[in-house]
Design a protein. Structure first.
Length: 365
């Protein structure tokens, strides 16, 4: 059985257009773009659209998604974004062309596995410049690790160094942080006696500097997903910037209305924890017209992160299987059997594209 709703519609032409706009602007700054496909569960159709739009290669944090794309005939090359665990090393060598690394023990394990599989593997050694995520905090240790790869691990190729910002520790990517990375790259180059291929300045949050024309010369690589997929970085408030050359309506969630009733806007009775063990606060706005929609937190994650396209509709709450919307102010009189559309945030896209019971349709229009 396949449910008709919720339905997720993906516009491949708009994704290609986003890729062309972003890669052309980056190319003008001497920056290559890796298209990140983890946000869309490694959908091969989207991976192919990224390559057709100008991305140099593809990356994700899940090896399973790389396998999925390779088996669908999408050529890559592919990078594993999440630093590897020791137990993953055989699959990293087997399926990935490059990986992000931050532990000498894993680098040594990759060398042994490359010997066993008779393959070579490229690595991007990660620096931690304040986001307190992955990467070497001690810069001397990073330089030593890079020298170790260059001189003592013949089956590994040191492609360059990279950084992640604006993610776990919410540290804003800035020209100053990029200059710190460039300076660290120059230290590595002096130690190994050659120029690094990649100085990778981060993800979608770093693209803002390309948009503002503030990216320092010397950064020549970015790993971009959310901007390609959704047109903006909605996670970080300071990056909500007018990028009118990008489409934000690349993904459309369509849900069916399964109940419409006038009900109080404040729950009646003694309050307790809700379905996700939270105790929300409610504003009493009197009797409001409320519509139940055919999806829930299990489908979209944070229902409040959805961007309603129906004028006047607001999300009031959600269980795992239902979404409650206030439709009192909608110019259209919403009825049972109607459908309503939403644009997505990054978290919504993660959930929807990984649900086996959500119908996903890619369209060429």
């Amino acid at each position: 059985m396949e449910r008709q709703y919720p339905l997720l519609t993906v516009s491949l032409p708009k994704l290609r257009a986003n890729a062309r706009e972003i890669t052309s602007r980056c190319r003008a700054c001497g920056i290559a773009v890796t298209g990140i496909i983890k946000g869309c569960h490694g959908m091969p159709e989207i991976a192919r659209a990224f390559l057709e739009g100008g991305c140099a290669d593809l990356a994700t944090s899940r090896i399973e998604q790389i396998i999925r794309c390779r088996e669908a005939g999408v050529p890559g090359p592919y990078t594993l974004l999440r630093v590897s665990s020791l137990t993953e090393v055989p699959d990293v060598v087997r399926w990935c062309d490059m990986s992000l690394q931050s532990e000498v023990a894993v680098l040594d394990a990759l060398e042994r596995e490359c010997c066993r599989q008779q393959k070579t593997h490229r690595v991007l050694v990660m620096a931690d410049l304040g986001d307190i995520r992955e990467g070497f905090w001690d810069q001397d240790e990073l330089v030593a690790a890079c020298v170790h790869v260059e001189r003592e691990l013949p089956h590994l190729t040191l492609a360059g160094i990279g950084v992640n910002l604006g993610c776990v520790g919410s540290i804003q990517p800035t020209p100053e942080k990029m200059n710190d990375l460039i300076a660290l790259g120059r230290r590595v180059e002096a130690a190994i006696g050659r120029k690094l291929e990649l100085i990778s300045g981060g993800a979608t949050s770093s693209f803002t500097m390309v948009h503002w024309d503030t990216m320092p010369a010397g950064i020549n690589h970015l790993r971009i997903g959310e901007n390609l997929l959704l047109g903006k970085d909605l996670q970080l408030e300071w990056h909500i910037e007018d990028m009118d050359y990008l489409a934000m309506d690349t993904f459309t969630l369509t849900a069916e209305v399964i109940e419409v009733k006038d009900k109080p806007s404040h729950p009646q009775g003694k309050l307790c924890m809700d379905a996700v063990c939270q105790l929300p606060t409610y504003v009493d706005r009197g009797i409001r017209r409320r519509a139940l929609l055919s999806f829930g937190r299990a489908d979209v994650g944070d229902a409040f992160a959805l961007l309603p396209r129906e004028p006047g509709l607001t999300v009031w709450g959600a269980s795992f299987d239902l979404c409650v919307a206030d439709v009192t102010d909608c110019p259209r009189r919403i009825q049972v059997g109607d459908t309503v559309d939403f644009s997505l945030s990054y978290v919504n896209m993660h959930y929807l594209t990984s649900r086996p019971d959500v119908r996903v349709v890619c369209v060429e229009e």
